[in-house]
Design a protein around this ligand. Structure first.
Ligand SMILES: [Ca+2]
Ligand SMILES: [Ca+2]
Length: 161
């Protein structure tokens, strides 16, 4: 049986390696701008490369260059992100994985407000609709942590301060 088990494991590994073709994401997060809530970040997509034109959760043609921002939240938060472009049609994309197909949560004209709290790494991409490119401000607002039941230990810690 150990031989059979080892054989089956090897076959499974080979199937995993050779079976499904791995689609590579075109979105480049290597130079992502680190951002935090309750801050405003100015940027400019003028002259930047267009790595992603279509996102998996939208049919808008985002053929302008894009800037990726990375927000990291240890705890689940509600938040709002507002994009204020300087006289051109930029759009805002939110993703939970750096992959324009697998990670795409929403593509919007200018604002995203969370409907359920998010944590971990969140990618906010400013992209240009139909080739648009211009300066912008990206505004992040913390809308708080969701109501949660506290454990006995947490309540005790609050009152013992
Ligand atoms: Ca683009
Ligand atoms: Ca727009």
């Amino acid at each position: 049986m150990p031989h059979l088990a080892r054989f089956l494991t090897t076959v499974t590994l080979m199937m995993l390696m050779c079976g499904a073709p791995v689609a590579l994401a075109a979105l480049d997060c290597s130079g992502a701008v680190p951002v935090e809530l309750n801050q405003t970040y100015p940027g400019d997509t003028t002259g930047l490369p267009d790595n992603v034109t279509l996102y998996g959760c939208s049919d808008w043609v985002e053929s302008g260059g894009e800037i990726v921002h990375r927000l990291h939240l240890d705890l689940p938060h509600h938040f709002r992100v507002t994009l204020v472009p300087d006289f051109c049609d930029l759009d805002l994309v939110i993703l939970d994985v750096c992959d324009e197909n697998l990670g795409c949560l929403l593509v919007t004209d200018d604002e995203i407000t969370t409907t359920s709290p998010l944590s971990g790494d969140i990618y906010l991409v400013v992209d240009g609709y139909m080739g648009a490119a211009c300066p912008f401000d990206l505004i992040l607002e913390d809308l708080g942590v969701p109501n949660q039941r506290l454990s006995f230990g947490q309540v005790k810690a609050i009152y013992e301060r």
